[in-house]
Design a protein around this ligand. Structure first.
Ligand SMILES: [Fe+2]
Length: 147
């Protein structure tokens, strides 16, 4: 399987499954984009409807995979609960970092170099049944580092 950035044997089975899911999610999203481009440029109405149907099914596939990732990864669960199905400014939902006023005073919302302004994504209380490499006897490998 390709797409690994670390030695395959260094990854525990749950980490390999997460990789499979994330790779699949990427592929489903690419398919949505490709179908959408074909839909909006297609000159035949019937073919356009078929392609739109296919695009929408790829959206379902992506959402199903994303839901698996959410159920498996506490960091994804936390971030999705914070940002998805919300109203108002998306960027304002992120906890302000100590450098946020400085960035704002510079007239842009970008974090200063070296600060991703991600905040703390690690869930200190891991829900039962969630992905945890430690359960497989592997050393602790949080999906997001704790500060
Ligand atoms: Fe698909």
């Amino acid at each position: 399987m390709n797409g690994y950035h670390e030695p395959y044997e260094s990854l525990a089975p749950p980490d390999r499954d997460l990789h499979r899911a994330l790779l699949s999610l990427k592929e489903e999203i690419e398919a949505v984009d490709w179908y959408h481009q074909r839909v909006v440029t297609c000159t035949d109405q019937d073919l356009g409807q078929v392609l739109a149907h296919n695009r929408d099914e790829e959206i379902e596939h992506a959402c199903m995979t994303l839901e698996w990732v959410r159920r498996t990864s506490p960091a994804w669960d936390l971030a999705l609960r914070k940002f998805v199905f919300t109203e108002g400014s998306i960027t304002q939902k992120e906890r302000p970092s100590p450098s946020a006023p400085l960035a704002a005073s510079r007239g842009h919302a970008e974090p200063p170099r070296g600060d991703l302004a991600i905040g703390r994504l690690h869930d200190p209380v891991e829900p039962k049944g969630r992905h945890d490499s430690r359960a497989a006897g592997a050393p602790e490998r949080a999906l997001c580092p704790t500060p």
